[in-house]
Design a protein around this ligand. Structure first.
Ligand SMILES: *Cc1c(COP(=O)(O)O)cnc(C)c1O
Length: 397
């Protein structure tokens, strides 16, 4: 079948909620994806930060295949070994105490919000607490996650959303302090804002919000769904700062290709919040995804991927510096590790489209940031390959 025939057939049957790029992917290998015409694409998007090991990693695939044959699903009414392995690994690397597995990032956010609300409810003896979230944040598309997402055009058609959410300015500690009152139960923020344009938290802001939360017994929720799992050069981005979250949300690269998320909770909060009956999920943390989580974490550690990212990212940043110097419509770059944004004053969507035509997958973040989230295994050669295509594309603008 031709690409056009596939696309027509897809659009006939799918709810048109995405404007997809005109490409039909068939398979992947290492850093590359291949479409149904056999064309090859260097992937600097990794399925929006999911495919940490790239495509077709044998050790990872073998672990999942053997789990498929052994046991796929049991429900959360019972224990199983992959669940224990995954929970042990994730609590160890996050330095937090207990984990609830979900099927997505948005569901991890939902669970984090419910945990904070229940904690405050038990402490104060009444409900009706408030959450402080950040402008330009992104936490997902379910109604609760959307309620703490600070982008109006995602939210407006769906009002009324969850009550009691106030938005502070990211990297502006005063604006958070000004919103705190006796009803505040949680502050939720990304350690590095992703969709909002790749903004890392400043040290002063991150540590200031942490201190404020400690002082007022406010639950400090860090969303590391995009920036966690080694992407910034540490297993979790919060380790770059002198802070510790009460609740950490993970997804995307957590299972490196299977749909899994998690919220990980500090013991003091866990012991005084959700109890049996308060929360649940049919699929969440099933044997298949848990085998992926356990395998991914152990591979990330064995391959020392956070260290690899830290070392290799400075090379990527040098290359982005060169592009910034070369083109006056490239205004600069910002990011951390393998989470980088190139700020453009030409239409980013056009640049992304041209890159794709030229065999390079990159993403956007908002209307002016070209976003790169390469697999964590990307090498300097891969970076050279990507920069060559990007340079060629930019030279046409
Ligand atoms: C992608 C993302 C989410 C939502 O995750 P889904 O799996 O799409 O529900 C939440 N927070 C951040 C920071 C994200 O990047």
């Amino acid at each position: 079948m031709t690409k056009e025939a596939y696309m027509t057939e897809a659009e006939e049957h799918l709810f048109h909620v995405y404007n997809r790029f005109p490409v039909v992917f068939d398979h992947g290998e290492g850093m590359y994806l291949y479409d149904t015409d056999g064309k090859k694409y260097l992937d600097f998007g990794s399925g929006i930060g999911v495919m940490a090991f790239g495509y077709g990693n044998k050790e990872y695939n073998d672990a999942l295949k053997s789990q498929v044959d052994k046991l796929l699903h049991t429900s959360n009414l019972y224990y199983h070994k992959p669940l224990i392995d995954a929970a042990k690994a994730l609590t160890r690397v996050s330095k937090l105490d207990c984990v609830f597995f979900t099927n997505s990032g948005a569901e991890a956010i939902e669970g984090a919000i419910k945990t904070a609300k229940k904690y405050a409810y038990l402490r104060d003896g009444f409900a009706g607490h408030e959450v402080i979230a950040m402008e330009h944040s992104f936490h997902g598309r379910t109604v609760g996650a959307l309620s703490v997402t600070g982008t109006d055009h995602y939210r407006e058609p769906f009002y009324p959303l969850m009550d009691g959410v106030k938005f502070a300015k990211y990297n502006d500690l005063k604006s958070v302090e000004n919103l705190v009152n006796e009803k505040t139960c949680a502050v939720i923020m990304e350690s590095v804002q992703g969709e909002g344009g790749i903004y890392p938290a400043t040290k002063e802001f991150m540590e200031g919000v942490y201190k404020l939360c400690r002082e007022k017994d406010i639950v400090f929720i860090l969303d590391e769904i995009q920036c966690g799992m080694g992407r910034t050069g540490m297993m979790f981005a919060y380790e770059h700062y002198d802070v510790k979250p009460d609740i950490l949300t993970c997804a995307k690269a957590l299972g490196a290709g299977v749909p899994v998320g998690a919220f990980v909770v500090r013991e003091e909060i866990a012991d005084a919040s959700l109890t049996p009956g308060d929360h649940g999920t049919t699929y969440g943390g099933n044997p298949l995804v848990c085998s992926a989580v356990a395998k991914s974490i152990s591979m990330m550690e064995e391959m020392e991927l956070p260290k690899h990212v830290e070392e290799t990212a400075s090379y990527l940043e040098e290359k982005l510096d060169e592009l910034t110097k070369k083109y006056d419509f490239v205004l600069g770059h910002r990011g951390m590790g393998f989470m980088q944004g190139l700020i453009l004053s030409v239409p980013v969507s056009e640049v992304v489209k041209k890159c794709l035509q030229n065999g390079l997958i990159v993403l956007s973040a908002g209307s002016d940031v070209l976003r790169m989230l390469p697999p964590l295994v990307a090498s300097k050669d891969d970076i050279d390959g990507a920069m060559k295509v990007l340079d060629d594309v930019l030279s046409d603008f």
